[in-house]
Design a protein around this ligand. Structure first.
Ligand code: OGA
Ligand code: NI
Length: 361
């Protein structure tokens, strides 16, 4: 039902509403407030057709229990996936479909809590261990994103909201199982770079690594071509794992074109993030990606960012910096410093030569 409010001219300022979910539920409008209008050129960029290349698939069970030949074959595939695409689909892993479904259902219950109850977990600072909110990014001072989120630090300390019932147990299990997959991948990735298998884990002090569990909630949007869920960005950790509720919307940039990524059930979608790019001295590239919205169904995604320890200085592996007077391609700094600079928009343009920005956590 269109309320009187929705018939008025769209407000110029952010609506006095805490989440996109509440906005959609309160107005039932067929248009979106102008504050959610995102620059239209976004969708003018070339989109790949379905028949083009597809994202590489990695059978992780062969890394764990395959023959030595199978293992080196997968390591070779990982090397190509990380250098050519910067992302891949992991199959035959141990994050069960039922656990993923339970995690998605539990996040849904969280987003369904009354707005007042969610406010308790709002948080403000990038280092707050629990933060929920909506897509407004004050530092960019641009459009609102069509997305609500909840983010929790899951490692080295585990934090989650104390509701809904059962959420914390499921989140703990889900984060742990994803982390186990990542540890297997980091060993194989180290080898694929010609380094010893625990190299990346040691260099990133992964035992104390920051793991961030984030859920994105994108309500169906009456004007999906005007809004954006999350604009193009790079993730900041070493690797990100991503699952969703069967509703598509993710796109990755490959060879200057945007590819739609449909993540099948039982697949973990893995993205190379900034700190693997730094460690590998640019051999592996963090992938640009974004989330579009649609007018049919609510989309939910769960992203786990697996990063270095916050106070470990991250730099390109000296073994990967050429010895003929080459310079490391990235300056050294702690992950904490990187996040702080990114959050305040002061991350050196040297880190990234094009205009796209890494995403603030
Ligand atoms: C993210 C992200 C994409 C998606 O949370 O960093 O890129 O598909 N999400 O929701
Ligand atoms: Ni991302």
């Amino acid at each position: 039902m269109a309320s009187a409010m929705s018939m008025k001219a769209s407000p110029v300022h952010p609506p006095k509403i805490t989440t996109v979910k509440a906005l959609v539920e309160s107005t039932g409008s067929s248009s979106i407030p102008s504050f959610y209008n995102f620059t239209p050129y976004l969708r003018d960029e070339p989109i790949a057709g379905d028949a083009e290349d597809s994202v590489p698939i990695i059978d992780i069970s062969l890394l764990v229990s395959g023959t030595p030949e199978q293992q080196s074959q997968i390591i070779h595939q990982l090397s190509n996936a990380c250098s050519d695409w910067g992302c891949f689909m992991v199959i035959n892993h141990d994050v069960t479909e039922s656990l993923t479904k339970a995690m998605i259902a539990s996040f849904q219950e969280f987003f369904d809590l009354p707005e007042e109850e969610k406010k308790e977990f709002q948080g403000n600072h990038v280092m707050d261990p629990i933060r929920c909110g909506t897509g407004f990014n004050p530092s960019m001072n641009k459009a609102n994103y069509w997305r609500d989120f909840l983010k929790c630090f899951a490692h080295p300390e585990f934090h989650t909201p104390n509701k809904p019932a059962g959420f914390s147990e499921i989140a703990r299990d889900f984060s742990k199982k994803n982390r186990e997959v990542i540890i297997i991948l980091l060993k194989a990735i180290s080898k694929s770079l010609g380094l010893e298998e625990s190299y990346v884990e040691k260099a990133a002090n992964f035992e104390l690594g920051l793991q961030l569990l984030a859920a994105n909630y994108y309500p169906a949007c009456p004007e999906p071509e005007k809004a954006i869920g999350i604009p193009a960005h790079y993730d900041h950790g070493l690797l990100t794992t991503l699952v969703n509720n069967g509703v598509s919307g993710l796109q990755v940039k490959h060879n200057e074109k945007w590819f739609n990524v449909n993540i099948p059930p039982n697949v973990l979608f893995v993205q190379v993030a900034d700190h693997l790019e730094i460690l590998s001295n640019g051999k592996y590239k963090s992938i640009a990606h974004r989330a579009l919205v649609n007018n049919k169904a609510t989309r939910m995604s769960i992203a786990l960012a697996h990063g270095p320890a916050l106070d470990t200085v991250m730099r390109p592996a000296p073994e990967l910096v050429g010895n003929e007077g080459d310079q490391p391609a990235y300056v050294e700094m702690t992950y904490r410093k990187f996040l702080e600079l990114q959050q305040t928009g002061r991350l050196s343009s040297k880190f990234r030569s094009d205009t796209e920005q890494s995403k603030a956590v």
